[in-house]
Design a binder for this molecule. Structure first.
Ligand code: XLS
Ligand code: NI
Ligand code: NI
Length: 454
């Protein structure tokens, strides 16, 4: 194991259990522990993101960076700095013991003076990342192109009024999709950071929708052309940086894809904080994606209930995550997706070990939520009560309605004969909430060692 930037952490973070007082141990997460017959690591497929953790020094709009990230200092040779960044990142992934990472092209390779130089930078850094991946065994959950940072994308990428910007963005996605395939990435993500508008006064909504659909078709076509086997994922977000983003939430993206015949080509990358920004819960967004066969992957983080922006904090609420995790398990769990920590340290968390504390806490929260959700699945109470609620639909009337076997006239006739006389039934919300809490409290008392695959 390389000793370098994170020398305060000597070896891989071990499992310590709930009784451990050492903050640099996992309290719940055990990669090999079997949950519903599957290893915890394979359920969660955890990834660390390059951007918040290694490509940002903690700047905000009122102040400069506070973090100790020497490779971001000015005046360095860009490729040497890029290698130092990847060295530190892979040392971190390895010590944390996670299977995956995620990156944007601009997180690992700086923009050059022209497109050819930018491409050469990317290729050099992708090769270097490939070496580090082979050395550590850390894999790529997804790659993505940054189509929002450079000033050329101020008015959008695919939805830009200038077709030359569309062309630039398309070429950039081609390079990153090729790179993701080369690194054997499991998925490719598109987050349309500036695909939206700041004012309707200068915006042609219909035209921009057509452009976005065309762009996505080109991406899907290229995926098949190069034989990339991973999923293409769209990450919904309602706003920020634009006032309104077209990929507003799961249902809106789904509707857009269906409108353009693209629903078989794309799945969703659901982010917890984006869900809450769109006025939904994370639970809702996961449930929607699962119900419509659209779930791809997850960006794990949390917002702040007092703030109206993407605060990207590390998840720490088992109560909230357990419900989303329950829907996920009911839907069969993740396939090629995973839980990527799209989360950042607070600006005052300047110690190198803070990055460990943040991820350890987030991973343990996910692991505990998984245990709670698995208990809810095993017990089956919620599922049974939900099924009972709709039981009438399996009867003669329900089947006749759904199969198209009755008209409004026929239904009126049946009412007139006095055959139908529905009575209100309890929705049982408080009972269900109590059942969920019982599972959360019971899971807290589980033996920390648990069952293991080995
Ligand atoms: C920003 C998004 C971004 C995507 C990747 O809010 O979450 O980080 O995940 O471009
Ligand atoms: Ni986000
Ligand atoms: Ni994200």
């Amino acid at each position: 194991m390389t000793q370098g930037f994170f020398s305060e952490v000597a070896a891989r973070i071990p499992f310590g259990g709930l009784g451990s007082r050492d903050p640099l141990t996992y309290k719940v997460y055990q990669p090999d522990r079997l949950v519903l017959g599957k290893r915890m690591e394979d359920h969660l497929r955890i990834a660390v993101c390059m951007w918040h953790s290694f490509a940002s020094a903690g700047e905000d709009m009122f102040g400069s960076g506070t973090f100790d990230r020497p490779w971001l200092e000015s005046g360095l040779d860009p490729l040497a700095a890029g290698r130092a960044k990847l060295d530190a990142a892979f040392e971190f992934f390895d010590k944390l013991g996670v299977p995956y990472f995620c990156f944007h092209d601009r997180d690992i390779a700086p923009e050059g003076r022209n497109f050819a130089e930018t491409k050469a930078h990317l290729e050099a850094m992708v090769d270097y990342a490939g070496e580090r991946m082979a050395q550590t065994g850390v894999k790529l959950l997804w790659g993505t192109a940054n189509l929002f940072g450079h000033p050329r994308f101020a008015a959008g990428a695919a939805t830009n009024p200038d077709p030359e910007v569309f062309a630039y963005a398309a070429a950039q996605v081609k390079l990153v999709l090729d790179a993701t395939k080369r690194l054997d990435g499991a998925n490719y993500v598109l987050w349309g950071g500036r695909e939206g508008y700041d004012t309707l006064l200068n915006t042609d909504l219909a035209r921009e929708e057509t452009q976005l659909a065309r762009f996505l078709s080109l991406v899907a076509e290229h995926k098949h052309r190069i034989g990339f086997k991973g999923l293409l994922l769209i990450e919904p977000k309602p706003h920020e940086p634009t006032k309104h983003q077209y990929d507003h939430d799961a249902a809106i993206v789904h509707g857009f894809l269906v409108r353009h015949g693209l629903e078989d080509e794309f799945r969703l990358n659901i982010e917890a904080n984006h869900a809450t920004l769109s006025g939904h819960s994370f639970h809702h967004e996961i449930a929607y994606a699962v119900a419509n066969g659209m779930l791809g992957s997850i960006d794990a983080n949390r917002g702040d209930y007092q703030n109206g922006w993407d605060t990207d904090q590390f998840p720490n609420s088992v109560d909230e995550l357990a419900l989303a995790m329950y829907e996920l398990l009911q839907g069969g769990g993740l396939t090629s997706g995973g839980f990527n920590f799209d989360a950042k340290l607070r600006r005052q968390s300047v110690a190198r070990t803070d990055l460990f504390h943040a991820h350890i806490g987030g991973i343990d929260t996910l692991a505990q939520a998984l245990l709670v959700a698995a208990d809810m699945v095993e017990l089956g109470t919620l599922k049974r009560l939900r099924e009972e609620r709709y039981a009438g639909w399996a009867g003669e009337l329900g089947t006749a309605i759904l199969s198209g076997g009755v008209t409004l006239e026929e239904l009126e006739r049946r009412l007139a004969k006095g055959k139908i006389d529905p009575k209100p039934v309890s929705g049982g919300q408080e009972l269900l909430e109590n059942l969920v809490n019982q599972q959360i409290w019971a899971a807290d008392r589980r033996p920390a060692s648990g069952k293991s695959a080995d």
